[in-house]
Design a protein around this ligand. Structure first.
Ligand code: DX5
Ligand code: ZN
Length: 223
């Protein structure tokens, strides 16, 4: 499978969200990455259902919803109804992760689990077959525009090894500080979904940047 690109709406211009959504629609991007922050699990609040509804109204690509909220079980049904194609919960926010994954899938969504930088991939050993995606955080969640943590490469390799022969179609998403310099190495290390916020939306030509990210050929290095 060639890698997917998921621009993070968090870095879009909220005063002109529709134009940014149209830009992503017309680009080589595969998904919209939508960050939901509750001010409790992470020290920031992003946006909730009214904004998600507005995104959905214009988005022509699947919504990849990243829940940075405590006790996500309370809202999973509502996010599925709001049009999420992928729902990702944090390992650190779930008491009964296996049940939560089952609940997401029973609603017809793909289920993802996100790992904070301090959480080892080995903790997913017992639920790997039940998952569609693992999101490896390459910054501490809560804000866009942070510095990429380079330990991420080892985590991606470890995750790929854990999934080999058991779950070869696992989606491995990397989120935080992704740009055109580290993207080739991230893909080579095992990532097959790249989230990018600031690098895309602060570019002079965001559509072109998305195209360059999509065009990376595994095995090559651009930087
Ligand atoms: C961070 C969010 C990311 C963020 C990425 O908590 O989960 O999705 O939008 O933004 P950049 O690419 O700017 O680090
Ligand atoms: Zn995210």
């Amino acid at each position: 499978m060639s890698h997917l690109i998921a621009p993070s709406v968090l870095a879009a211009n909220f005063a002109d969200l529709r134009s940014d959504i149209e830009m992503v629609n017309e680009s080589a991007a595969d998904w919209f990455h939508v960050d939901i922050m509750d001010g409790v699990f992470v020290p920031n609040i992003s946006f909730g259902f009214p904004v998600l509804d507005a995104i959905r109204r214009y988005a022509k690509k699947p919504l990849d919803v990243h829940l940075m909220i405590v006790d996500p079980d309370r809202y999973i049904e509502q996010f599925a109804a709001a049009g999420a194609a992928v729902i990702t919960v944090h390992y650190e926010a779930c008491r009964h992760l296996h049940r939560t994954i089952g609940a997401i899938r029973s609603l017809g969504c793909r289920a993802g689990v996100a790992l904070n930088p301090h959480t080892p991939v080995s903790l997913l050993d017992d639920v790997l077959e039940d998952l569609d995606m693992v999101l490896v955080m390459s910054v501490n969640p809560g804000f866009g525009g942070q510095k990429f943590i380079s330990r991420t490469y080892e985590k991606l390799r470890a995750l790929k090894a854990l999934a080999a022969g058991r779950k070869d179609d696992l989606l491995i998403e990397v989120d935080g500080g992704v740009n055109l310099s580290n993207a080739p190495d991230l893909i080579n290390a095992g990532a097959n979904v790249l989230v990018a916020g600031n690098f895309v939306f602060s570019a002079e030509n965001p559509g072109e940047v998305i195209g360059s990210m999509k065009g990376i050929t595994p095995g090559t290095r651009l930087a």
